[in-house]
Structure formats: structure tokens, C-alpha cells
Design a protein around this ligand. Structure first.
Ligand code: GLA
Length: 508
């Protein structure tokens, strides 16, 4: 009996986790604009969470853990966050920076594209929000649920949009009659008599859905195109940019992904000016709204968007084509960013696309699965974090398993992505033509290092610190294991599986 009691107490002790405040150091808002922020704290419930020293115009709701309002003046406001439960307490400073910049750390959330694909319905988005809450993903900073294509209507053959497109978009090429873009259940008028964008029948109660998701503490993202049609062949924003921005703000959206798609018909050439035009138009329109709306550019990296994306009012920009759940695709996505860290800083993020982690199969095939191995998925999460990439879960959360969850709830790994310095990793060197060494400076002087093995076989070697720095001894921590590897002199013995990564921090 005594033994049983001891085991029970021991199990309880393990299960009871003290609070860990997982917010980044900084959060950007625009003065005078409405914003809200759910304080992400992991640890056992019940828990008391508090926010003190708030700026004028901003309040904290203890009932739901949400800070909201609008900061009256420009400035930096240092807020004291605290949390306590039966096992302990935690404190952290969190600075609201009221100025021009939003997204001072890479946005984090979920997207409907690889989880429900073209079949997504508002009920799926709401269900996902509930499940994310259930799994405690909000406690780690996963905050935006992005409703991707196709949530508006698809035009019929006689719709004036085809004239507008000057018949340059071939309906068959667009897979409009046959192929994945033929969506009989989403046909209808694109706009009402006043030009207001119409959600399709699967998003009839969009305002209510957004409200319900907000009440759960999550933000909601929406999708459109600068062209008249999105990539999925439904209504985009061409010619209605300001009207749509106003509508998005009225519904309560907090984020817009703006996807080039059919806009190509209107771009005169590939000049930077022509590439920027449609994004500046929408970027300006979003800035005029009463609430902060993060602006995500999606044009697959055309015209070196990483050089000018921020000038349009955007905070993140896709750097390449759609990424898929196979090694060649994910490897190409992060390899492309090996030399583009100079364009990354707080408020400006290179976006290699949605995370290929968990059940992401919906868009390309039936069923929900992932063709990447566990090791490869762990590498994806690690590389996205090293690159300071926006983190959007591609998985269908209905099918989430403990492994996927473990990839999404390691706060030390996420903290690398959300680091306050906002630098992205560079590919520093390749050891013996085999293992790649990616390094990222962190705000506290540590360096995050990813030792990535892209080869087809396991690699064993001694990682010499002299290859990345003049310093010779480091305190090494393995972030996935959450384990100190001790003070290592000169080198670290490593064994890395094929397509795997060792993600460590080095502290002088
Ligand atoms: C493009 C984008 C994807 C997704 C689809 C939707 O392919 O790159 O991320 O939004 O359109 O149709």
C-alpha cells in the first residue's frame, strides 16, 4: 500500500508542471489600432495568470488571459507577466512596442491549406481552434488560424470576371472545368450589388465563427488574391482592395495572406515596381483599418521579394513555391534561404511556407498522412526555427498524435524561432561535404547551431568549435532533449541520422 502511495505521489509530481511563460520579449502594435494578445503559459492547470503595468488604453482580462485594447501613444511599454499554480510560479517581462512595426517575432499559427485543402469549411476552422485549445497549443504561442483558399465563390462561365481577365486566364488551364479547381459546391456570385465580397455557402456565418475563435483566444487569418481570382479559382480582391480591407477589418480578421495567382494578367512586366504595386495597394489599405492586421505576401519569391516585401507594408513573404511533404521539397525550401538572412529582422520574415509536420495530406491526396519520416519532420521544425520562419502548422489537428504534438510544444525550440534579436540562421559551412552547419545568433549572446545531415547515411564525427568561432569551450545544450551536454572543450562528438539534425545552443 505504501509503495502504491509513493508511486502515485511520484506520478503526480511528474504530472504537475510549474508555469512557464512562453511569450517572446517584444510584441509590436500600431498606436491607436485595436489589438489583442493571449498570454501563452504552459504548465498544470488551474493557473492564475496576471499582467501588470499596462499602458493607457490597454487592459487585461483575468478570466481569459487576454491583453487587449489600443495603445494611445508611440513608445515601449514593459509589462510584467506572472503566473502561478500549485507547483510554483513564474515571472517575465514582455514589452509592447507601439510604433510602425507589427510581427516583431515570426507569426505562429495554423493554416487550413494542407489540413482540409479545398474542402475546408468554417466548422473545420472552429473545430481546429477548439482542438488547439484542448491540446494546449495556445500555451506555446500558436495563435493565428488562417482560413486559406477557397472561402469565396467560384464564377460561372458567364461571369464578367472572364472579360476582366481578358480571357487570358484559360479556364481549362485553370482546371476550372476539370481538375481540382472545379468546385461545384462553391459556385455563385462573387460580390453583392454594393461590391461586397461574398463568402461561399460553407462560410455563411463567418462573422460569428471569427468571434467564436477570438473568444477562444486565437486570432483569425484570411486569404485573398490581388487578382480577380485566387489560385483556387474563387473571387479575389482585384479592383476592390480598400473595400475588401474594410470588410476584413469589420469581420475581425487579424492577418491576411495575399496570393498573386491571377494577378499575372495585369502585371506589365517583371519589374520590381510592377511586382510591388498590388501589394502596396493592399498594404496601405490594411494600415488604414481600425485594427492591426498582419500582411503576408504570397508570390513564391518572384523578383527577390525578400528585398522589398517590407516596403509594401508586409511583415512576411513566401520565398518559394508550395512546399510538400517530401525531403527534396523541404530541403530545397530551407537551402534556398541559406544566404538570405540579411533580409530578416524583427517585422521582416522570410517564409518558406507552411510546416510539413503531422497529417498534411489533404490538399494533394485523400487521407491525412505525412510522407516525411519522423526524423525529417523534426528537421523541418528545427530548420524553420533556425531560419526565424513564420510557423504555421500544416497538420489536420483532428489527427494529431503525441509525436506531432511533441514537435509543436518544445518551448526551447520555439524560443529559437521567437528570439528577440530576430536574426535568421546562415549556412556557415559544410563539414567534409556532408554535414551542414547552420548558425544563428541569439539575443542573450548564445549561438544556436543546427548540425544537419542531408546525406542518405548516418554521420559520426567530432564537431570542432573552431569551425564556427574563435572560442574554444562552450556549455552545450541539446534543445530537443532539453538536456545540458556539459562544458565541452574544443569539440562535441556527434552521431546524426540521415536527414536528421542536432539542434544545440552554445554558451561561452
Ligand atoms: C497557392 C499558395 C498556397 C495556397 C494555394 C491555395 O498555391 O502558394 O499556399 O494558398 O495557392 O489555392
Amino acid at each position: 500500500m505504501f509503495m502504491l502511495c509513493m508511486i502515485f505521489i511520484h506520478t503526480l509530481a511528474i504530472a504537475q508542471q510549474k508555469p512557464q511563460i512562453n511569450s517572446p520579449e517584444f510584441f509590436g502594435v500600431r498606436p491607436g489600432k485595436y489589438f489583442f494578445y493571449t498570454i501563452p503559459v504552459s504548465g498544470s492547470r488551474p493557473m492564475q495568470i496576471n499582467a501588470g503595468n499596462l499602458p493607457k488604453g490597454v487592459s487585461y482580462n483575468k478570466g481569459n488571459g487576454i491583453i487587449s485594447g489600443s495603445v494611445v501613444e508611440k513608445g515601449k511599454f514593459r509589462i510584467e507577466l506572472s503566473a502561478s499554480n500549485k507547483s510554483g510560479s513564474a515571472k517575465k517581462y514582455f514589452t509592447i512596442v507601439a510604433g510602425e512595426q507589427l510581427a516583431l517575432t515570426p507569426p505562429m499559427g495554423w493554416s487550413s491549406w494542407y489540413s482540409y485543402g479545398r474542402k475546408a469549411k468554417e466548422g473545420d476552422i472552429l473545430k481546429t481552434a477548439k482542438l488547439m485549445k484542448h491540446y494546449g497549443l495556445d500555451q506555446y504561442g500558436w495563435s493565428v488560424l488562417e482560413i486559406d483558399d477557397p472561402w469565396t465563390n467560384q464564377p460561372d462561365d458567364k461571369d464578367p470576371v472572364w472579360e476582366q481577365l481578358n480571357h487570358k486566364v484559360n479556364k481549362d488551364v485553370y482546371q476550372y472545368h476539370e481538375g481540382p479547381n472545379n468546385l461545384p459546391d462553391r459556385k455563385g456570385s462573387l460580390r453583392d450589388g454594393d461590391g461586397k465580397l461574398l463568402p461561399n455557402q460553407h462560410y455563411k456565418n463567418i462573422e460569428q465563427t471569427v468571434k467564436q475563435i477570438h473568444d477562444l483566444g486565437f486570432k483569425v487569418g484570411i486569404y485573398s488574391s490581388p487578382g480577380p481570382l485566387t489560385c483556387g479559382g474563387v473571387a479575389g480582391s482585384y479592383g476592390h482592395e480598400l473595400q475588401d480591407a474594410q470588410y476584413f477589418a469589420k469581420v475581425g480578421f487579424d492577418y491576411l495572406k495575399y496570393d498573386w495567382c491571377s494577378y499575372g494578367v495585369f502585371a506589365k512586366d517583371n519589374s520590381e515596381e510592377e511586382m510591388m504595386k498590388p501589394y502596396t495597394l493592399m498594404g496601405d489599405a490594411l494600415k488604414d483599418q481600425h485594427r492591426d492586421i498582419i500582411f503576408s505576401l504570397c508570390q513564391y519569391g518572384m523578383g527577390d521579394v525578400w528585398k522589398w516585401g517590407y516596403k509594401t507594408g508586409g511583415q512576411l513573404w513566401r520565398t518559394g513555391d508550395d512546399v510538400r511533404d517530401n525531403w527534396a521539397s523541404v530541403y530545397a525550401a530551407f537551402k534556398k534561404l541559406a544566404d538570405k538572412s540579411e533580409y530578416v529582422q524583427p517585422g521582416r520574415w522570410n517564409d518558406p511556407d507552411i510546416l510539413q509536420i503531422g497529417a498534411v495530406g489533404a490538399e494533394s491526396r485523400e487521407g491525412n498522412s505525412n510522407h516525411l519520416s519522423k526524423e525529417e519532420q523534426r528537421t523541418v521544425m528545427s530548420m524553420w526555427c533556425l531560419l526565424s520562419a513564420p510557423l504555421f502548422i500544416g497538420a489536420n489537428v483532428e489527427h494529431i498524435d503525441p509525436f506531432t504534438l511533441s514537435l509543436l510544444t518544445n518551448n526551447e525550440v520555439i524560443a529559437i524561432d521567437q528570439d528577440a534579436l530576430g536574426k535568421a540562421a546562415n549556412l556557415k559551412l559544410t563539414l567534409d561535404n556532408k554535414v551542414e552547419v547552420w548558425t544563428k545568433e541569439l539575443h542573450d549572446g548564445r549561438v544556436a547551431v543546427g548540425l544537419l545531415n542531408p546525406t542518405g547515411t548516418e554521420q559520426s564525427f567530432d564537431f570542432q568549435f573552431s569551425s564556427v568561432s574563435a572560442n574554444s569551450a562552450y556549455d552545450v545544450r541539446d534543445l530537443w532533449q532539453k538536456r545540458n551536454l556539459g562544458r565541452q572543450l574544443k569539440s562535441l562528438p556527434c552521431k546524426i541520422p540521415s536527414h536528421g539534425i542536432l539542434l544545440i545552443t552554445l554558451k561561452k
